[in-house]
Design a protein around this ligand. Structure first.
Ligand code: TRP
Length: 325
């Protein structure tokens, strides 16, 4: 029996190339080795987007489109939507009875998000419980590993604490899942800041050839390198940061640039070609995925996920004493 993995992504907009290198390309590899559940975390999206929730469904479909285009295979992995499997909400509610408020108030992501999303009115019950819902996602499938980036580690730790507390109260039932840390390479936005929709500096998986070319041309380089033959400093050069992630020969680029033997124009040209090679097949597949295919994938995913989720909830209710022994 393969080990079980669950990971999720919130449907909050188009995916960019940072999502691809930071998460999805890793998911594609994992689907061959593990029993994988990849979840569209629409209820998690609702915790911060409840005021403009009309977009969530469409973003969910587009997320599935991206996953399929990147090579997640619904025959190997279960792709499903969180709100399609009500057992997530049910387990979340049961867990919420035993989670002390202190655990949630002191969660570093909570404090950070309150600060960063200060315009969003997220001092809500639901948002405070974000990690409880995530624990329910993970434990509902008794996942042993959770592929995530560093930023999610506090949530995995909370999940383990919730599992321990449940086990202590009602008998040893849940495994304590571990994070499967994704080596997320550093990939800035085209202006050198963090790649983010709100900064308008992303390269999207759906970008057309001309857009990619334009964006690569706009990328920030070493401001002191003015002439082709000036020696460059690659430290803060966005073009180089991309080479480092996508070009196996990045060391050569570094040497040539430092020696003043590589101009930025030529450097951008070669990067553009590499990116186009990676993104063109994804872009083409994106266009070929039909809405019927997306809905069919989610329906199949819902059925697969529900089978496991229903069994867990029945057992949990039994353990807790909500059904007669
Ligand atoms: N909180 C995760 C993020 O923002 C998304 C997520 C929801 C998730 N449920 C999950 C990740 C369960 C891993 C496991 O990236």
């Amino acid at each position: 029996m393969k080990e079980t993995i669950l990971s999720g992504m919130r449907p909050t907009g188009k995916l960019h190339i940072g999502h691809y290198v930071g998460a999805i390309s890793n998911w594609v590899k994992l689907q061959d080795t593990y029993r994988c559940f990849f979840m569209v975390a629409d209820l998690h999206a609702l915790t911060t987007e409840y005021k403009n929730s009309n977009e969530i469904k469409n973003f969910s479909y587009e997320l599935v489109r991206d996953l399929l285009a990147c090579g997640i295979d619904p025959k190997k992995a279960t792709i499903f939507c969180q709100s399609d499997v009500p057992e997530h909400s049910e387990l979340h509610l049961i867990f919420s009875m035993l989670v002390p408020l202190g655990w949630l108030y002191s969660c570093p992501t909570y404090k950070e998000q309150l600060r960063e999303l200060s315009s969003k009115d997220i001092k809500t019950y639901g948002f405070l419980g974000y990690p409880v819902l995530q624990a329910a996602d993970i434990l509902l499938y008794k996942s042993s590993k959770v592929p995530v980036g560093k930023d999610q580690l506090p949530h995995i730790e909370l999940t383990r604490e919730i599992a321990r507390k449940f086990n202590m109260l009602y008998g040893n039932y849940f495994p304590e899942p571990e994070a499967l840390l994704t080596e997320s390479p550093y990939l800035p936005g085209i202006d050198g800041r963090k790649m983010s929709k709100s900064y308008n500096n992303c390269i999207f998986l759906s970008d057309e050839t001309t857009e990619i070319k334009l964006k690569v041309n706009k990328m920030f380089t070493d401001p002191k390198k003015i002439h082709k033959n000036d020696p460059g400093d690659v430290t803060n050069c966005v073009v180089f940061a991309f080479h480092k992630v996508f070009n196996p020969k990045y060391k050569e680029i570094e040497q040539l640039c430092k020696a003043g033997k590589l101009g930025c124009v030529e450097d951008k040209e070669s990067l553009y070609k590499i990116l186009e090679q990676i993104l063109a097949p994804i872009r083409d597949k994106r266009k070929n995925v039909t809405i019927e295919q997306i809905k069919e994938t989610l329906l199949q995913g819902k059925n697969n996920a529900s089978e496991v989720a229903k069994k867990t909830i029945a057992e949990v209710k039994h353990l807790v004493g909500l059904v007669s022994k």
